[in-house]
Design a binder for this molecule. Structure first.
Ligand code: PLP
Length: 469
């Protein structure tokens, strides 16, 4: 299995060669040369597997430069019982009728990003050890991604994490979650500024090429291919749990921002998994909903990006979208490069002539959910089923309802637990969300964080003094 770039300017490379990279050298994103195919017989043979064993099967189709026994060790460590708070890692929880939740939020940070990040932590450590090199992960976070990365990389050999966060601007829960980590390789730097200033410092240091190569700076952003591949596994898992017969179709509803999660669903469908519809839900930031409705892709400016009550979907552009457009363009890298050139010049591109294919060929449908929809959905799901859902999951439940079909199971991806978004839950049902037992004492734990000014030089000096050995 070799990987190429969506824009055509990268020689084919094996998995481990692209693992630690961000964008391809030509500015595109890495993708497999072709999607592996899974037959109906193979799918049936996978019914008896537990989650780590299924992950080994699916990931081995994308990763042929790690020996299979080693890969199995990595998946079993990533999806171990002590890491995920559910015996089967990803529980299928019936809501009502044909609609179920696929529970992706049983990991340490209570959100679906743990699913991919835990595997990433294992495979990073493995590849760095083989090559006898170290890596310093630098990132900025306003909450979710940073904590998932820290929990995945804590204690890993050869890796240090430097996570910048805006001092005093995260929720008590988020702060306690990140800052209570005591692992010496995890460095929380709380900067006296806002999130964008933290991000600017990351950009300045990553753009300082001498510093970047001398200190082996890396990132764990949402375009990382290993994250996309690891997410493909739970679409297979969900289908296996929701069906009893070969060929039976199910639909998935996915709350979307950067198009990472649902891209993995698209890939599973292209591999032959019997998926009927991929229902894409956005919040008020509807860049993707607009594309699937009109065929026009029109990223927004920061000023046009609203702060909503499903904050992890508040994006202005969808970083992973280019990978889907590559397929839409018949896998022609020249056409993709052309579109992104046009995007840079004109701020949008128009594929409305392909609109009929979105659903008929690829299964995609979309919809918007607003703050009022979110509150109403959280309340009605709670009243109807006794299950409390988080605001992001609520967006998907709302949009899923418009696309449900008789006889087709609808699996809504549960991307976070309600405990993370207490304020909105309180607003929706008039009472707080329950906090999982093992996190009740989180707020009382000692915190390990370095507060400093928003100053590139100070952050650089800190990294120099604490870089991975
Ligand atoms: C990141 C995130 C999303 C959006 O996922 P994408 O892969 O960016 O589309 C949705 N819900 C939650 C809770 C998230 O953390």
């Amino acid at each position: 299995m070799k990987y190429l770039s969506t824009r055509g300017g990268m020689a084919p490379l094996p998995f481990c060669a692209i693992l630690l990279e961000g964008l391809a050298p030509d500015g595109g994103l890495a993708l497999p040369e072709s999607f592996p195919q899974v037959s109906a017989q193979t799918l049936e043979a996978w019914r008896a597997l537990d989650y780590p064993a299924l992950a080994t099967e699916v990931l081995s189709l994308f990763i042929d430069d790690i020996p299979r026994d080693d890969l199995a060790r990595l998946t079993h460590a990533a999806y171990a019982p002590g890491v995920f708070d559910a015996a089967d890692v990803v529980p299928l929880k019936p809501l009502y009728g044909q609609t179920s939740l696929l529970g992706l939020s049983q990991g340490p940070t209570l959100a679906f990003k743990d699913m991919a990040m835990q595997f990433l932590g294992q495979v990073f450590e493995y590849v760095l050890d083989k090559r006898q090199v170290t890596l310093n992960i630098l990132g900025a976070t306003s909450g979710d991604t940073g904590s998932a990365a820290e929990y995945a990389l804590r204690g890993k050999k050869g890796i240090a994490v430097f996570m910048l966060s805006p001092h005093g601007r995260m929720s008590d829960f988020q702060r306690a979650q990140m800052y209570s980590l005591q692992d010496p390789n995890i460095h929380n730097l709380a900067l006296k500024g806002v999130f964008d200033e933290c991000q600017d410092i990351v950009k300045a240091l990553a753009g300082d090429l001498d510093f970047k190569s001398a200190y082996r700076l890396g990132a764990v952003n949402s375009i990382n291919w290993a994250r996309i591949a690891a997410q493909v596994v739970y679409y297979f898992w969900g289908w296996l749990r929701a069906t009893s017969q070969s060929g039976q179709q199910v639909s998935f509803a996915v709350p979307s921002g950067n198009f990472g999660n649902i891209l993995s669903g698209h890939i599973a469908r292209e591999m032959g998994l019997p998926i009927r519809r991929l229902v894409l839900a956005t919040n008020e930031n509807n860049v993707l909903e607009e594309f699937f409705r009109t065929g026009v892709y029109r990223p927004r400016s920061a000023a046009q990006t609203y702060a909503t009550s499903s904050p992890s979907m508040d994006i202005s552009r969808a970083s992973n979208f280019e990978r889907f457009v590559f397929d839409l363009m018949g896998r022609d890298p020249d056409r993709v490069a052309q579109l992104w050139k046009q995007l840079a010049q004109q701020g949008e591109f128009d594929l409305s002539e392909l609109r009929p294919q979105f659903e008929s060929r690829y299964g995609f449908v979309g919809g918007i959910s607003t703050h009022a929809d979110r509150l109403q959905t959280i309340k009605s799901v709670y009243d109807r089923s006794g299950t409390l859902i988080d605001p992001h999951t609520a967006d998907a439940v709302k949009v899923a309802a418009a696309h449900a079909e008789p006889g087709v199971p609808m699996l809504v991806l549960e991307t976070a637990l309600p405990a993370k978004f207490g304020e909105t839950i309180q607003e929706a049902i008039g009472q707080p969300a329950p906090v999982p037992g093992h996190l009740k004492d989180l707020a009382g734990l000692p915190q390990r964080v370095r507060v400093m000014d928003c100053d590139v030089a100070q952050v650089r000096d800190y990294i120099k003094a604490h870089a991975a050995a």
